[in-house]
Design a protein around this ligand. Structure first.
Ligand code: ADP
Length: 296
């Protein structure tokens, strides 16, 4: 059982943007979701933990490996899948993975061949091993990305926004693969897609404006909101008025009409009815209402 322990991590970019503000969190084996709107600081955290950039202050340890001060040690046990897994032109899946093995220091050709075969099978691409990766679908490329992230038996796998651009079938296959791998290691999954976290992660955190604003299980987060999320179907021109009078956490179109969700401790009346809260409601409450000091 590995533990990733992050304490008081802060990072301000030269342009003055404070991307990480005193981030502290402890993460154990399994899939951990890091949810947040664009600009929340997710990639900054992922890049720092992947040793691709430095923090200004704080610490991060994977068991006894000091990630910030000993990046070389961390890289030996790290698998990293960036947002878009870049692929060299005209190279087959097998050649690409073999090349990545060389980069990871596996010099024995026979050992590489066996490992690449095993990885291709694991991500269900063995039959396509002689095909050019360039022609692969988005989902297939992401599976090659996971295969390369598994080289060297990592203890920590960092996956940044992995399902953007995948169709629903590809997304399902990718989820199943992650869930399968996630039993044995820590997988840190950064995403702005709430359903990805709901489907995959037993624990998650919500990040907003460089801070961790929630940390727990999806089930607990949802039950904390029970009895506090109210729904109403409104006319488009009444949206601003409702936003003024209620703590509106989301508005979306259903069958061409805006439907709003509002947060309230008790019945706001005015035509609202109580609904079962979802993880999406949690996400909006934590990221939109935090500024007005709502405690749930
Ligand atoms: P997320 O991954 O949640 O979208 P990021 O970590 O990419 O968030 O960005 C957090 C904030 O830091 C944003 O305001 C973003 O514009 C800013 N930012 C990210 N990278 C840089 C950089 N290299 N230089 C300056 N500002 C940056």
């Amino acid at each position: 059982m590995a533990t990733l322990s992050i304490k008081n991590l802060s990072k301000t970019y030269p342009n003055g943007v404070k991307a990480l503000n005193n981030v502290s969190i402890e993460i154990e084996n399994g899939m951990f979701g890091l949810l947040g709107p664009n600009g929340a600081g997710k990639s900054s955290l992922m890049r720092t933990l992947s040793t691709l950039q430095e923090a200004d202050s704080g610490s991060a340890f994977l068991d006894d490996i000091d990630i910030l001060n000993d990046p070389t040690e961390l890289r030996k046990v790290l698998g990293y899948l960036p947002q878009e897994f870049g692929v060299y032109s005209k190279i087959t899946a097998e050649q690409l993975l073999d090349h990545m093995c060389v980069l990871k220091g596996i010099s024995n050709r026979k050992e590489r061949k066996e490992l690449v075969g095993y990885l291709l099978q694991k991500v269900n691409l063995y039959e396509k091993k002689n095909k050019s990766v360039k022609g692969f679908s988005g989902g297939m490329k992401q599976r090659v990305g996971i295969a390369q992230a598994l080289i060297g038996s990592p203890k920590l796998i960092i996956v940044d926004e992995p399902t953007a651009g995948l169709d629903p079938g590809e997304r399902n296959r990718f989820h199943n693969l992650l869930a399968d791998v996630g039993k044995e290691v820590i997988i840190l999954l950064s995403t702005h897609i709430v359903d990805d976290v709901h489907e995959l992660c037993s624990k998650f955190a919500v990040m907003n404006e460089g801070e961790i604003v929630y940390h727990g299980t999806p089930t607990d987060a949802i039950s904390e909101l029970k009895g506090k999320v109210w729904q109403k179907s409104i006319e488009r021109e009444d949206l601003a008025q409702h936003q003024e009078n209620h703590q509106v956490i989301s508005d979306k179109m259903i069958a061409g009409k805006p439907v709003i969700h509002a947060f309230a401790e008790s019945d706001p009346s005015n035509g609202f009815h109580l609904v079962e809260p979802s993880l999406e409601d949690v996400f909006f409450v934590k990221t939109k209402l935090n500024q007005v000091a709502v405690t749930v």
